[in-house]
Ligand binder design. Structure first.
Ligand SMILES: Cc1cc2nc3c(=O)[nH]c(=O)nc-3n(C[C@H](O)[C@H](O)[C@H](O)COP(=O)(O)OP(=O)(O)OC[C@H]3O[C@@H](n4cnc5c(N)ncnc54)[C@H](O)[C@@H]3O)c2cc1C
Length: 469
């Protein structure tokens, strides 16, 4: 095995902890994690508010593509899991349509339904030209009617940028391309084409929200090797030193960073100008998470729902999760309590009025029939400045300059915002980016970092059963 020397890991989110777990497992002792917050988990951490409601930073569920990751989660949480069917819906024109929207147009009113089907058929018949951007891809794939009804408004809301600025290389498994025959059958029979079922289960920790997983992962590592409350303020590339807010200097031979790539480049000294310019091209959005703690009758329509998408302009949120459906312990010990968690995106092109956000969210929830007869007993708000790594046009070229450029200085940037690849930015992907990087540094595994380099194959399940030595 190679000896990479002193490995310093920035961030105790899934990526940083994945790297730490793998170093520990392989017996490489010279590593430490530096984390600015007081707890592990990064964007996948959880909080308990003053009224006793538990909140994630947005609705988190486990979509694992790796046996190694599942085993890690099992060790962290034990058998305290709850299994759920992934029930997701779209709220549009005053009705719920099951996800995926494009397969369930039979739920639309007849005029929308017939126009949508005709446009899908037309789009399928003329797919010669490769779309130049995400907006064109939507129209070429789903046709004009579905684009106007759902895909344009929803995606503008969630990404917060004109869809012409987004590329298409990131999609892979994320969007189900319509099968015209299946759609015709659904329209004919009027039956729902549900995406949930035996292969669409997810699990959630019984206690402590998603953050319980990362607490458990961190707890299994030597405590003295993870420094919480330690903020990195500079990375001196030439000297290979990390500087902390409290003045401490930490030398490294290899730096594994899960910090947002733009932030890392801003704090890196001696960074070549070309890399600094490339970092300036990175595009991202912030996310506001609004937790609404409720007491009293819950609408029957929410009894089994996991999350709902909201494409329409009257609501600030693009998604609402019925978070109390994930675990009864996400609410205080009171049978009448339940909870909703909304997400609102923010970008320089989609401003959010923070002063009125609470009022706007609650008013929209009322208008959308989500609050039933319940009383709001708690309101929790958190803004994550880096919420979504936008798959902007030119992203792949920008990353092809930045990541190898940093590696030339022994800096390995990985994870949701470290590698900036939305298609491999969930917890399992991020964690495995850390694991696979360590395998490469120690020459212990395949060494070619499939999650970072071959997202489509990973998402198609090609590495699901890969064992590690
Ligand atoms: C709204 C939303 C919904 C999501 N839903 C899901 C889901 O359903 N399923 C799923 O699997 N994933 C989901 N994710 C993604 C999941 O949160 C990420 O995959 C994961 O947290 C990324 O891990 P990471 O370690 O790469 O980065 P992060 O989690 O961002 O961790 C980076 C760490 O670096 C630390 N840090 C930053 N700057 C400094 C500094 N200067 N000094 C020291 N430390 C620093 C941060 O505090 C943080 O702990 C969701 C994310 C969001 C925002």
């Amino acid at each position: 095995m190679n000896d990479p020397g002193r490995v310093v890991i920035l961030g105790a989110g899934p990526t940083g902890l994945g790297a730490a777990v793998r170093l520990h497992e392989l017996g490489h002792d010279r590593w430490q994690v530096i984390e600015q917050e007081d707890r592990p988990g990064g964007l996948a951490r959880s909080y308990v508010d003053d009224a006793g409601f538990t909140w994630d930073c947005g609705g988190h569920v486990q979509f694992s593509h790796y046996a190694y990751y599942d085993a890690l989660c099992d060790r962290a949480v034990g058998d305290a899991w709850l299994d759920h069917e992934r029930e997701s819906w779209i709220w549009i024109k005053g009705r719920f349509v099951p996800y995926p929207f494009q397969n369930n147009i039979q739920r639309l009113d007849p005029a929308d339904r017939d126009r949508a089907l005709a446009d899908v058929v037309r789009a399928a018949a003329c797919r010669e030209r490769r779309p130049a951007n995400f907006a064109e891809w939507i129209v070429a794939t789903f046709g004009d009617a579905l684009a106007e009804l759902f895909f344009f408004p929803y995606n503008r809301k969630v990404w917060g940028y004109p869809l012409e600025r987004l590329g298409i290389s990131w999609m892979g498994e994320r969007v189900a391309v319509p099968d015209v025959e299946r759609l015709r059958r659904n329209v004919r029979t009027g039956e729902d084409d549900l995406s949930w079922g035996p292969n669409n289960m997810f699990r959630f920790p019984l206690h402590g929200g998603t953050g319980a997983i990362w607490k458990g992962v961190a707890a299994a590592l030597p405590a003295e090797k993870i420094r919480f409350g330690a903020e990195v303020t500079a990375v001196r590339l030439a000297e290979r030193i990390v500087e902390l807010r409290d003045g401490r200097r930490v030398p490294y031979d290899a730096l594994v960073s899960s910090l947002p790539l733009d932030v890392l480049c801003t704090m890196a000294t001696d960074l070549p100008a070309a890399l600094r310019q490339a970092a300036g091209r990175l595009v991202y959005s912030a996310v506001h998470v609004l937790g609404v703690g409720l007491r009293g009758p819950k609408p029957d329509t929410l009894a089994r729902k996991c999350w709902m998408y909201f494409p329409e302009a009257h609501s600030p949120y693009y998604r609402v999760t019925v978070f109390s459906n994930y675990s009864p312990h996400n609410v205080p010990p009171d049978d009448a309590c339940w909870s909703l968690m909304a997400e609102v995106s923010e970008t320089p092109e989609k401003a959010v009025r923070v002063e009125t956000l609470r009022r706007d969210v609650l008013a929209a929830m009322r208008a959308d029939g989500l609050l039933g007869g319940a009383e709001v007993v708690s309101f929790w708000h958190r803004r994550e400045a880096h919420g979504y790594p936008t798959p902007f046009l030119g992203r792949d070229e920008t990353l092809a300059c930045l990541l190898p450029g940093l590696e030339a200085h022994r800096v390995f940037s990985r994870g949701r915002f470290g590698a900036w690849k939305y298609e491999v930015s969930n917890q399992d992907h991020s964690c495995m980016q850390g694991v696979e990087l360590v395998d490469r540094l120690l020459d212990a595994g395949d060494g070619d970092e499939p999650t970072l380099n071959r997202p489509d194959r990973v998402n198609a399940g090609a590495f699901a059963a890969t064992a590690r030595r």
